[in-house]
Design a protein around this ligand. Structure first.
Ligand SMILES: Nc1ncnc2c1ncn2[C@@H]1O[C@H](COP(=O)(O)OP(=O)(O)OP(=O)(O)O)[C@@H](O)[C@H]1O
Ligand SMILES: [Mg+2]
Length: 410
């Protein structure tokens, strides 16, 4: 057998690969016993190795010496992507790091399939950046370059919700894919056609689970680390509010890795000295000093899932301060996630609007993506479609299965 063509879904939070086998799209396990792997990288400084997936997350949690990165897809198309940075003895751009991740994905697929893999149909969001077509095009270029660096000789892109539509099967009547992922929300309206499906309209916005994590963190956790607190003026009497930017970065998955610098540490230590309430900013100093930003973000995400599934969840910040475990309740989720859920509803309206289709005409709505499991999102979407049947099966793998189907058509 010659070289293989596979489908790869490089997601903001999770990635996956699949291939056509016996007429079906079959997952290529990239980690033992799992169909998907976390889109995470750990540059291990002691071992001088690059770890990906669960191994990367494990190394970060253990507190090994190195740099952990997650949500790297979000930086595609931004100036950050091509900035060179020093990582121990290597100077790398973030695109180099994405390429290392994809190189490892390709190597693991080759090992599983027992033959070379040199072609890929890769997923891409309809829009990486909602309102900026130049940045959007740049992001697609960046991602193409990463796949090329990873050794894929031929790269074709397919919009993620269109791939999911293919995998979903023809069904009857108008179908709508609602893919709410980690970084973007993507929509495809489709109908049955002579061979497979016909795409009527696709649309997307840059809004997903990592944004929900950021919003929850800013609303309920960052205030406990001093956000919104007051500092005494250095010269003369009077107070001013502690600057906000750092809290936004600490709450954003893709920015956390770049916060740890001597300059930032000096600054937050100064704030703690000037603080009216030094205890809270003291916690911020610990987070920056001990590089616990990702631990905080994981704690927020875990509490989000627990609050969604069980009605409440503690944000376990005991690594920052013993006993610090603020509770996120379902009501917090409902309140904080109402505006983004509304935005998703609006974007769905735009998708239908461009096609001149009314919600009444949609026969099936297919939920895809991890964040479609959030009650706040689910309720918002269901309310829009009084006449539709709702389906949710392989939320984490529908996209990559569709990419594998497309990869076989070359
Ligand atoms: N059970 C769940 N309930 C709610 N949210 C969940 C659940 N499981 C995962 N998530 C959230 O779903 C998001 C990841 O979803 P998914 O894997 O579909 O994204 P992705 O494909 O990596 O991202 P994108 O397609 O936007 O690039 C994360 O933000 C995660 O917190
Ligand atoms: Mg996705």
């Amino acid at each position: 057998m010659g070289p293989a063509a596979i489908g790869v879904d490089f997601g903001t939070s999770n990635s996956a690969a699949a291939v056509l086998s016996g007429g079906r799209a079959v997952m290529i396990p990239l980690e033992a016993g799992r169909e998907t792997l976390p889109t995470a990288v750990f540059l291990d400084y002691a071992a001088r190795a690059t770890l990906i997936g669960s191994a990367a997350v494990g190394a970060m949690i253990e507190g090994r010496d190195g740099r952990f990165m997650r949500a790297l897809k979000s930086i595609l198309g931004t100036p950050l992507a091509r900035e060179r940075r020093q990582f121990l003895n290597r100077r790398l751009t973030l695109l180099d790091i994405v390429a290392e991740f994809l190189t490892e994905v390709r190597a693991r697929a080759e090992a599983t399939l027992g033959r070379p893999v040199d072609r890929v149909v890769a997923g891409r969001p309809v829009r990486f950046h909602s309102a900026d077509p130049v940045r959007n095009a740049k992001a697609a270029e960046d991602l193409a370059e990463c796949y090329a660096m990873a050794g894929f000789r031929e790269v074709r892109f397919l919009a993620e919700p269109e791939a999911a539509a293919r995998a979903t099967g023809v069904g009857s009547g108008l179908g709508l894919i609602v893919d709410i992922g980690g970084g973007t929300s993507d929509f495809t309206l489709f109908e049955p056609a002579e061979r497979g499906i016909r795409v009527i309209a696709s649309h997307g916005i840059r809004l997903g689970g990592t944004d929900f994590d950021r919003m929850l963190s800013l609303a309920r956790v960052m205030p406990l680390l001093g956000m919104g607190g007051q500092l005494r003026n250095e010269l003369g009497p009077g107070l001013h509010v502690v600057p906000q930017a750092l809290f936004h970065e600490l709450a954003s998955w893709e920015k956390i890795a770049f916060l740890y610098s001597p300059a930032t540490l000096r600054e937050v230590r100064l704030w703690a000295r000037q603080a009216v309430e030094p205890r809270r900013l003291g916690r911020l100093v610990s987070v920056i000093e001990d590089e616990m930003g990702h631990d905080v973000a994981f704690a927020v995400e875990a509490a989000k899932l627990a609050a969604n599934d069980h009605g409440s969840g503690a944000v376990d910040l005991s690594m920052v301060e013993t006993g610090l475990r603020p509770v996120l309740a379902a009501a917090d989720l409902a309140e904080v996630l109402a505006p983004p859920a509304w935005q998703i509803g609006l974007a769905i309206g735009e998708t239908l609007g461009t096609a001149g289709v009314s919600p009444q005409d949609v026969a099936r709505v297919i939920f895809v993506g991890g964040s479609s499991l959030l009650g706040a999102v689910d309720r918002q979407v269901r309310a829009l479609f009084p006449a539709a049947a709702f389906e949710r099966s392989d939320v984490f793998t529908a996209v990559v299965r569709g990419l594998a189907l497309a990869a076989a058509e070359t």
